[in-house]
Design a protein around this ligand. Structure first.
Ligand SMILES: N[C@@H](CCC(=O)N[C@@H](CS)C(=O)NCC(=O)O)C(=O)O
Length: 250
């Protein structure tokens, strides 16, 4: 787990400030967006970063290499196996190409100009490729996993080094889930949860998902997995990984 976390931290550092801070979208989609995604794909990461930055939730349909669950579905739908692929059930829009998806999200939901860093999209792609390197071998290749009846829910923000291994395993096991974004908007949110508890800091977040977690679980710590199939909720990435391996082994 220590090596796992160290390389995840490296990926986080390589993406600098991307996929951490949120400035919520002006408009929230009524129906949840859907993304055909590979966790360690550098192009998919860019889309997930923007989803964190705009504070938009998304249903993730994992399509690791050699995956058989959602890959054929996407080929039937879009015509080819290329990731990411966004489906917006609110507007009927469906598209390939990470930078087109980024522009679409800012235009449709952000209602603001594409930030400068995203206008230099090609640079972001190169940076994201570098961040994929330390995680090589993870979140890319399918391994046996059971299909849940209801989508799992993961409270996460893109660049969290602790949430990444959970998303990787969900991807490898082809387990679909709702990614509930929990970016940071306040200074106190940078203080890690155990220290926050000691200092009795309870950030009054601007974000709905963080507020929800605080109200229902009494604290905000990322990642948090809720499984509606078993009505179990878990904090701690190591516990979540064990839970997924035990409960969704095929
Ligand atoms: N220009 C595309 C490139 C997408 C791309 O090449 N994605 C790779 C995954 S990293 C892919 O779909 N590979 C085919 C596969 O995994 O079967 C974009 O920005 O979205």
């Amino acid at each position: 787990m220590a090596v796992n976390l160290a390389t995840s931290m490296m990926a986080t550092l390589l993406r600098a400030s991307n996929g951490i801070q949120s400035t919520p979208a002006a408009v929230k989609p009524k129906k949840t967006l859907q993304l055909y995604d590979i966790e360690n794909c550098p192009y998919c990461r860019l889309v997930r970063e923007v989803l964190t930055e705009l504070d938009l939730d998304v249903e993730i349909y994992p399509c690791p290499k050699a995956g058989t669950r959602f890959r054929p579905e996407l080929v039937a739908r879009g015509g080819k196996a290329q990731f990411p692929y966004l489906v917006d059930p609110n507007t009927g829009a469906e598209m390939y190409e990470s930078l087109d998806i980024v522009a679409y999200l800012f235009e449709t939901y952000g209602l603001r100009e594409l930030p400068l860093k995203w206008r230099a999209g090609r640079l972001q792609t190169v940076g994201s490729m570098l961040a994929s390197a330390p995680r090589a071998g993870r979140g890319m290749q399918a391994r046996p996993g059971r299909m849940p009846e209801y989508l799992l829910e993961l409270y996460s923000f893109e660049s969290s080094p602790y949430a990444r291994p959970v998303r990787e395993l969900l991807c490898e096991m082809e387990i679909p889930y709702i990614l509930r974004n929990c970016g940071r908007t306040r200074f106190e949110e940078w203080v890690l949860p155990p220290m926050r508890e000691r200092l009795k800091l309870q950030p009054d977040s601007d974000l709905e998902n963080r507020r929800l977690l605080q109200e229902s679980e009494g604290k905000v710590s990322i990642p948090y997995l809720y499984d509606p199939n078993t009505d179990r909720g878990l904090f701690e990435s190591a516990d979540i990984l064990d839970y997924l391996r035990e409960n969704y082994r095929a």
